[in-house]
Design a protein around this ligand. Structure first.
Ligand code: GLU
Length: 549
């Protein structure tokens, strides 16, 4: 067979040669050891939370090594494509602080290795396809859907493995005359790969996460170009990963079964394959067993987390704890360090994958939030409220300094307060600071005389001076306690409780309830300082009146 002749017959309009693209997209000039990684989603309209794992690994590997991380849109399957999905993908990851150096972006494409949308690269794929035909490594197949179905039925009836391979591959050895005649009749064809693999042999292969694995060779003559000339994902991605000079491919383990075919493709095309990291599917606990985090779970969509009020930093932090077994230990030793300072290591990734757990996410979220500055929490809270609670956003914006002072309570020390897990917690946490939300949410505990409570509040008002230091302020409360028959020292009270009506802590509690409406609040002195003298007095007066009524 004259393969050159066949190649011209099949692709008369393709005049470019692979060498031209090799020259147009030369090896990248990067520092020694720099990794080039990519995220290559199909725009199907659903951004899975699990995708954050390969994305973060790819991003870390590239950026930690001075390399490049790019976004390629794999849109060769127009049937699955959803309008707007591409923008959604870019926005979804941007919201998690993940930036692509190259590829498709909201304002066009960046980078010298594009186009980065597969739908715009057809002539490149066809150039390589034509070359494979020249080398006898690909051939046209004119089978109709009915013929393929008949082959499958026959295979099933004799219990043979189904598929287009070896003796079943009807057009694998078709003669040039037959091909010419079919083409002349305008019969559509797909281009198939001529596999030299055998199901009786295995390939040995080293995955950077899973270690050495053996997989059965591919003997199927898979489709490279569909009848409209559009490539299949398999073919397109091999050409792209090569021409975009990808060094490391991080993707889900569901692609592992295609790997023997992918490696065959790289070899047939004369490309050096990238290194692979196949990540296990994200599982979640269900009772005592584990199950896949499926699309039907609310929490499977990346967008769910923002709506639920998780901030991107916390989610990323959580994912990092799952991705690298030593991350949590590092974080404990370096509570304030930037994530960039952590040395991400492929060797610390678990081959068996990760188990998603909301309790753990909440825990990480709480800790991460407690370490952020009030300024940052304010901006996250405002951002969230603007989308999900506009009236609270107005309140936050009405006096940013006031809001930041509230959020600064208990921050910055060795043991920061941990009141917030998600942004939805911010409003209930702060609400009593705002008159429009303030309400008495609790009653005074039983066993105290209303008159004593009223008296304590009145005397406090008489003595109150916002300029008092915490010490002076507390001395005054102790005095009031003594005057009303409450013990000024808790220890003393405990020795002889029947001698008193209560102790100084109870008096503080009266104040706390009157001022915050709750039994639990941050340090009440600090709360008063932020509320200011007028609000403190107004609330206490109102409470005295209520108690008198
Ligand atoms: N386009 C494929 C997907 O949607 C990417 C597979 C790969 O990363 O090679 O998952």
């Amino acid at each position: 067979m004259d393969y050159n002749y066949l190649a011209e017959l099949l692709f008369p309009n393709i005049t470019t040669l692979p060498a031209e693209f090799e020259e147009k997209y030369p090896p990248r000039i990067l520092p020694e050891g720099a990794k080039v990684t990519r995220f290559a989603p199909s725009p199907t309209g659903f951004v899975h939370f699990g995708s954050l794992f390969p994305v973060l690994v790819s991003e870390r590997l590239a950026h930690q090594s001075g390399g490049v991380f790019y976004l390629r849109i794999e849109d060769t399957d127009s049937k699955r494509e959803v309008v707007g999905a591409e923008t959604d993908i870019i926005r979804a990851y941007a919201a998690f602080g993940i930036a692509f150096d190259e590829g498709v972006t909201l304002d066009g494409e960046h980078g010298d290795y594009g186009p980065y949308r597969q739908s715009e690269r057809t002539h490149i794929y066809q150039t390589y396809a034509k070359q494979l035909v020249r080398e006898g490594k690909a051939y046209p197949c004119f089978c109709t859907a009915e013929e393929l179905d008949a082959i499958r039925q026959e295979q099933e009836s004799i219990k043979a493995v189904t598929g287009y391979y070896g003796p079943w591959a009807k057009y694998r050895d078709a003669g040039i005359k037959e091909i010419e005649a079919l083409l002349k009749d305008g019969e559509p064809f797909v281009l198939r790969f001529r596999s030299e693999g055998s199901s009786a042999r295995k390939i040995k292969f080293k995955d950077l996460v899973r270690g050495s694995i053996e997989i059965t060779e591919n003997d199927i003559d898979h489709v490279l170009l569909k009848s409209d000339g559009v490539p299949t994902y398999h073919f397109a991605h091999a050409v792209d990963d090569h021409l975009m000079r990808t060094t490391h491919v991080v993707r889900g383990e569901e692609w592992l079964s295609s790997l023997p075919f992918h490696l065959q493709l790289f070899s047939a095309l004369g490309f050096k394959p990238p290194k692979y990291l196949h990540i296990a599917q994200l599982m979640k606990k269900e009772g005592d067993s584990k199950k896949k985090l499926s699309k039907r779970d609310n929490s499977a969509a990346l967008s769910y987390y923002r709506g639920a009020g998780y901030i991107s930093e916390c989610v990323v932090e959580y994912v990092m704890t799952l991705l690298n077994s030593n991350y949590e230990e590092w974080r404990m030793a370096n509570p304030d360090a930037d994530l960039d300072e952590f040395k991400f290591s492929v060797g610390k990734m678990s081959a068996s994958g990760s188990l998603f757990d909301f309790d753990k996410l909440n825990d990480v979220s709480k800790n991460t939030l407690s370490r952020l500055s009030a300024e940052k929490v304010y901006s996250y809270a405002l951002d969230y409220a603007q989308e999900f609670d506009p009236s609270f956003a107005q309140v936050l914006k009405s006096d940013p300094d006031y809001a930041k002072r509230i959020l600064a309570i208990g921050r910055g020390g060795k043991k920061p307060r941990k009141d917030l897990t998600v942004m939805r917690d911010v409003k209930p946490y702060m609400s009593f600071f705002y008159d429009e939300y303030f309400a008495l949410e609790t009653d005074y505990p039983e066993g105290f005389d209303k008159k004593d409570i009223r008296d304590a509040l009145s005397r406090f008002i008489d003595a109150f001076d916002i300029a008092d230091t915490q010490e002076v302020w507390f001395e005054k409360i102790k005095e009031i306690s003594s005057e009303l028959g409450f013990c000024p020292e808790v220890k003393l009270y405990k020795k002889n409780p029947t001698a008193y009506k209560g102790h100084v802590g109870d008096v503080c509690m009266f104040l706390r309830i009157a001022i915050t409406g709750r039994t639990n609040s941050p340090d009440i002195y600090e709360v008063m300082q932020i509320l200011g003298a007028d609000r403190v007095k107004a609330r206490i007066f109102a409470e005295i009146q209520r108690l008198a009524g």
